[in-house]
Design a protein around this ligand. Structure first.
Ligand code: PEP
Ligand code: MN
Length: 264
């Protein structure tokens, strides 16, 4: 079902009037984690003012260590839903386990599968019937074929609204957090009809590399970008402040991107 052979035309996913896929660029911006009502509301205001359509933010965070901040859970989902509504933005958030699919689907417009869960098959099956579009991140050691098979699990359950996301893979390089595999964008678009989104934030792990890699992703044909932005990145509650753009950087980037492709 994910293959272009089965479905020759590009899939366009429509969420409350916003079309993801095709010629326009979908921009998802926001913090790594929802931290407080004030934080997410202010970031939502800035995301909207910059011309993006989708607010990102994690309420359930997959952290390497069990003692690290794990996200604020359902309260965070509610805060993000309110901020999205107030500022006229769609919302996207990560769901980590099948048990939480329903509550995440209740509060968010799009559900995200993180890189660590790309082959959590029970989660993928649950997303097949969740009634929400899904952004499926590539596992950091997954091949294109494994990513497409993971998408297939969701599609096979009846959910045809799946986006593929390149978010960087593990290589021998340590300067960057991951290596953003730009080739994934045209390759996946050739193999599949599903929209392809790029994540230059996790793909590089370094703020100064987000802008060039965002532009490179668009040049490579990405249908959208998911970008971390924070009003106070040095004090963010996850380690991802180092890769989060300041609001003015996010705004400048969008001004440049809209010269390359119209924003949704
Ligand atoms: C995130 O989007 O904040 C995140 C945890 O992403 P990934 O699963 O790509 O690491
Ligand atoms: Mn993050």
């Amino acid at each position: 079902l994910a293959s272009r052979d089965f479905h020759p035309d590009d899939t366009i996913i429509e969420v409350k009037g916003v079309k993801i896929g095709g010629e326009h660029l979908a921009i998802m911006g926001g913090p790594c984690a929802v931290e407080s009502p004030e934080q997410i509301d202010e970031i939502a205001r800035l995301v909207k003012a910059s011309g993006a359509q989708i607010l990102r933010g994690g309420a359930f965070k997959p952290r390497t260590g069990p003692y690290s901040f794990q996200g604020i859970g359902v309260e965070g989902l509610k805060m993000m839903a309110e901020a999205g509504e107030r500022h006229g933005l769609l919302t996207i958030t990560e769901v980590m386990t099948p048990e939480y699919v329903d509550v995440c689907a209740e509060y968010a417009d799009i559900l995200q599968v993180g890189t660590r869960n790309m082959q959590n098959f029970d989660l993928l099956r649950a997303l097949g019937t969740c009634g929400r579009p899904v952004l499926l991140k590539r596992g950091f050691s997954a091949t294109y074929d494994e990513l497409l098979n993971a998408a297939e699990y969701i599609l096979a359950g009846g959910n045809r609204d799946v986006m593929l996301c390149e978010r960087g893979i593990r290589t021998f390089e340590t300067y960057t957090r991951n290596t953003l595999d730009l080739s994934a964008i045209p390759v996946l678009q050739g193999l599949s009809h599903l929209p392809v989104i790029s994540d230059p934030s996790h793909g590089t792990g370094r703020r100064e590399l987000v802008e060039p890699m965002a532009k490179a992703s668009v040049a490579a044909g990405a249908n959208g970008l998911i970008i971390e932005m924070h009003t106070d990145p040095d004090n963010s509650m996850t380690g991802d402040g180092v890769q989060s753009l300041f609001p003015d950087q996010f705004d400048n980037l969008l001004r440049d991107l809209e010269k390359l492709a119209p924003l949704v």
